[in-house]
Ligand binder design. Structure first.
Ligand code: M6R
Length: 385
């Protein structure tokens, strides 16, 4: 049994650990230091540089509608923050399973963006048909070139994360976030929303991410292992975050419920007092994403607000596990456990924050004797509705 479990868990662990190797392989990152030639790496259906979605098209879109499912939907939510902040273009995010049933309003001047690891998710394909029928051009962020969604799309950004075997998406998620960041940066450039100097700064920050993930994998695994020992019998978990960190809270909760079968919820930290505070007692572990980019006043403000939320949880006996940036000594005085990650740009921190959450879910699942790679009732590719 132990051997079988070890083997079963192998793919998930391997793909979590492959993340730093896979990140630079997102084609956009290699484009250039200023990313001026990014669009040549958006591919068409034959894998050739794209011509049907031109730089002028990208400049002309007046909105982006992102449609996806599950983990890819969480990436989409984070992508909304990236695109709106950098490119100042409004973004709506829909569950693919909801989109086609709500008679969406046609918008031929907006970009339809599908995010999917497999490219074969039935709901996402159906939503793409709906987008096309309503006159939208569609672009896919996908890990499998030649899959159904990439065949239907006018353009494809391949995530190149390599085959993802474990049902729980890990390296595909960080690759999706990376692709979205570079797309946001490209849109910002073609729309004249960013200077070359700012672009270069962001690309430099992005290029530090693979080594930072390596560092996290080296430094936090043992802590996650110990946390699993302390909390593996918990019945429920809460994950909190604000702004772009909220989708990562959702993703942390999904990873935990998917592979360890513990009920977990992700919530925007500021919403706690509108209901979920009633859940807090000494049996509830609360994972709070409390990172900040010290160079960004809006990030610092969110961090301060998150600290207040943390104090509200601890005052009610909740047991807080915080994700914070290295050098944050203040937070250790407020909470029971802290996992430190390296500092990065506000829009890139999510890529780092999710790694400890993936490791925590992994160790919890192993500790509880669950099959990490093949969780019950789930399939890797959801090809039926
Ligand atoms: O292949 P896709 O990205 O379209 O799959 C969407 C979801 O089914 C998928 O992300 C699912 O939520 C994962 N198992 C989560 O780990």
């Amino acid at each position: 049994m132990a051997l079988a479990l070890g083997l079963a868990a192998a793919a998930q662990q391997r793909q979590t650990r492959q993340q730093p190797l896979k990140l630079p392989q997102v084609p956009l990152i290699r484009a250039s230091t200023t990313l001026v030639d990014v669009p040549v790496l958006v591919l068409d259906k034959q894998g050739q540089p794209l011509e049907s979605l031109s730089r002028d098209d990208f400049r002309a879109f007046n909105a982006v509608r992102i449609v996806a499912c599950g983990t890819s939907w969480h990436a989409a939510l984070a992508g909304k923050f990236m695109i709106e902040r950098l490119a100042r273009l409004p973004v709506d995010v829909d569950y693919a399973s909801e989109y086609r049933y709500r008679d969406p309003i046609p918008d031929s001047s907006g970009l339809g963006l599908l995010i999917t690891q497999s490219g074969e998710t039935a709901d996402t394909i159906a939503a793409q048909h709906e987008l096309i029928a309503k006159g939208s051009k569609t672009l896919a962020i996908c890990n499998v070139v030649g899959s159904a969604v990439t065949r239907l799309a006018e353009g494809v950004i391949t995530t190149n994360a390599g085959p993802e075997i474990g049902v729980a998406s890990t390296k595909a998620f960080t690759a999706q976030l990376t692709a979205l960041f570079t797309l946001a940066l490209y849109l910002a450039q073609v729309r004249g929303q960013i200077t070359d100097r700012e672009s270069l700064h962001l690309v430099n920050e992005l290029s530090r991410i693979p080594a930072q993930i390596e560092e996290i994998l080296r430094t936090v695994d043992e802590t996650c292992h110990e946390l699993a020992r302390a909390f593996s019998t918990a019945r429920d978990f809460l994950f909190l975050g604000r702004g772009i960190h909220y989708p990562i809270a959702l993703e942390g909760a999904l990873k935990l419920k998917e592979i360890s079968y513990i009920h977990a919820e992700g919530y925007p930290a500021g919403e706690m007092k509108h209901g979920p505070n009633a859940l807090i007692d000494e049996t509830l572990p609360v994972v709070c994403i409390a990172t900040q980019d010290p160079g960004d006043p809006s990030s610092v403000l969110k961090y301060e607000k998150t600290l207040s939320n943390i104090q509200e949880v601890t005052a009610r006996g909740g047991r807080v596990i915080a994700i914070a940036i290295q050098g944050d000594t203040h937070i250790a005085q407020l909470v029971e456990h802290v996992i430190h990650i390296p500092q990065s740009h506000e829009l890139l921190l999510p890529i780092l924050e999710v790694i400890p959450l993936q490791l925590l879910a992994y160790h919890m699942a192993v500790r509880r004797g669950c099959d990490v790679d093949q969780p019950r009732n789930l399939a890797k590719s959801v090809t039926v509705e």
